[in-house]
Design a protein around this ligand. Structure first.
Ligand SMILES: Nc1nc2c(ncn2[C@@H]2O[C@H](COP(=O)(O)OP(=O)(O)OP(=O)(O)O)[C@@H](O)[C@H]2O)c(=O)[nH]1
Ligand SMILES: [Mg+2]
Length: 330
C-alpha cells in the first residue's frame, strides 16, 4: 500500500541479486552497511523490493567462547550442506569488531573449504558500532542473502555480552557450542546463554576428549532439565561432536531439521518470525530516534554535566529530560 516505488536502479540491483549475482550481493551489503542517509533509503527500498524473496532460509545462530571451534564447525557443517545442494551464507555479529583484512584472512583459513566454495558466501561482521546497529545490518544482510538464493544462513557470534540475544532474535535455531572442559561445564548457564539455546553441542569430542565431552554433555543435560524450555514444542538436546573429524555433524544437523519440522507444524516458527520482525522494527526505530543523542555535539558535551547533577540530586530527572529535549529542539 505505502511501499516505496523502487527506482530503476533498485529494480536492477534487486533483479541481479535474485539471479544470484555475488558481486551485486556484496555491493548491496556495502550499501546496507553505509551510514549515509541516501544509502539507507536506497537500502530500505531494496529490502522492500526483495521482501517476497526472503524468509525461505533455515536461520541458525551459533555462539561459543573464543576457541570453542565456531569457525571449524561452520566450515565442516557448511561444506556438508553445500555438498548436498544447499547454498550457505555465513554472517557474524561482533559489535567490538575491529577486524583488519588480516584477521578476516585468518578466519578464512579456519574456513578454508567454505572460503573457496562457490555455494558459500562469507561476510564478516559489519564494522564496530552499537550492538543494535550491527545487528540491524546483519539482519538486512541476511534478507539479501535469502533473496540471492542462500537457503541456510549461519550467523556466528562470540559468546560474550548481549550479542547472543541479538543473534537468537534473528534466527530460528540457536546453537550453543561448548568445550569438554573440566569444572567449567556450567559457565554458559551463568551467562544465560543456555536459556536461549535450542541445542547445546559439545565440540572436540575426538581422541582423548571423547569421555570428557560425554561427561560435560551429561552435566548440561542435567542442568537443562531444571530450566523451562524456550519453546513448548522443543526440548533442547545436548549432543557431542567433532568439527575436526566430522563425527556427529550429521546428527547435529538432523536436530536442526527436527526442530524446524516441529516448530513449523505447530505454527511456532511463523509466530516467532513475526514477533522478530516487529521487534526489529522497534529496535531500528529506537536506534534511529537515539541517533541525535549520540551525534548532537552540544548535547554530547553537556550530558556528563547533566548526568552528574542528576546523580548528585541537584537536578531532578524530569527537569533533566526537559533540558535535553529542549537542546534537541523538541
Ligand atoms: N581436537 C579438536 N580441535 C578442534 C575442533 N574444532 C576446532 N578445533 C581447534 O580449536 C581451535 C579453535 O578453533 P576455531 O574454529 O578457530 O574456534 P573459534 O570458536 O572460531 O574461535 P574464535 O574465532 O577465536 O572465537 C583451532 O586450533 C581448531 O583447530 C575439534 O572438533 N577437535
Ligand atoms: Mg572463529
Amino acid at each position: 500500500m505505502t511501499s516505496p516505488v523502487p527506482s530503476p536502479d533498485v529494480s536492477r540491483i534487486a533483479r541481479d541479486i535474485r539471479a544470484g549475482d555475488r558481486t551485486m550481493l556484496s555491493r548491496a551489503i556495502t550499501l546496507i552497511e553505509s551510514k549515509r542517509a541516501d544509502h539507507r533509503r536506497t537500502a530500505a527500498a531494496l529490502t522492500q523490493a526483495l521482501i517476497e524473496n526472503t524468509g525461505k532460509a533455515i536461520r541458525v545462530g551459533i555462539t561459543g567462547a573464543p576457541g570453542v571451534g565456531k569457525s571449524t564447525t561452520i566450515d565442516a557443517l557448511g561444506s556438508m550442506l553445500t555438498q548436498s545442494g544447499h547454498k550457505i551464507a555465513v554472517l557474524a555479529v561482533d559489535p567490538s569488531s575491529q577486524r583488519t583484512g588480516g584477521s578476516i584472512l585468518a578466519d578464512k583459513t579456519r574456513m578454508a573449504r567454505l572460503a573457496s566454495d562457490l555455494n558459500a558466501f562469507i561476510r564478516p561482521s559489519p564494522a564496530s558500532g552499537t550492538l543494535g546497529g550491527v545487528a540491524a545490518k546483519t539482519r538486512e544482510t541476511m534478507l539479501l542473502c535469502e533473496a540471492a538464493g542462500y537457503d541456510v544462513i549461519l550467523v556466528e557470534t562470540v559468546g560474550v555480552g548481549q550479542s547472543e540475544i541479538a543473534v537468537a532474535d534473528m534466527t530460528d535455531f540457536f546453537l550453543a557450542l561448548m568445550l569438554p572442559g573440566a569444572g567449567d561445564e556450567l559457565q554458559g548457564l551463568k551467562k544465560g546463554i543456555v536459556e536461549l539455546a535450542d541445542m547445546i553441542a559439545v565440540n572436540k569430542a575426538d581422541g582423548d576428549n571423547v569421555a570428557r565431552a560425554k561427561a560435560a554433555a551429561a552435566e548440561y543435560r542435567a542442568a537443562l532439565h531444571i530450566l523451562t524450555p524456550r519453546s513448548p514444542n522443543w526440548v533442547p538436546p545436548v549432543v557431542t561432536y567433532s568439527a575436526l573429524t566430522g563425527d556427529g555433524i550429521v546428527a547435529l544437523w538432523q536436530q536442526v531439521l527436527d526442530h524446524r519440522q516441529k516448530l513449523t507444524a505447530s505454527g511456532e516458527l511463523a509466530a516467532r518470525r513475526g514477533e522478530q520482525q516487529v521487534k526489529w522494527m522497534w529496535s531500528m526505530l529506537e536506534e534511529r530516534l537515539f541517533a541525535p543523542l549520540r551525534s548532537d555535539r552540544a548535547l554530547k558535551a553537556a550530558l556528563p554535566r547533566i548526568e552528574a547533577e542528576v546523580a548528585a540530586g541537584r537536578l531532578a530527572a524530569n527537569a533533566a529530560v526537559e533540558e535535553i529535549a529542549k537542546m534537541l529542539g523538541r
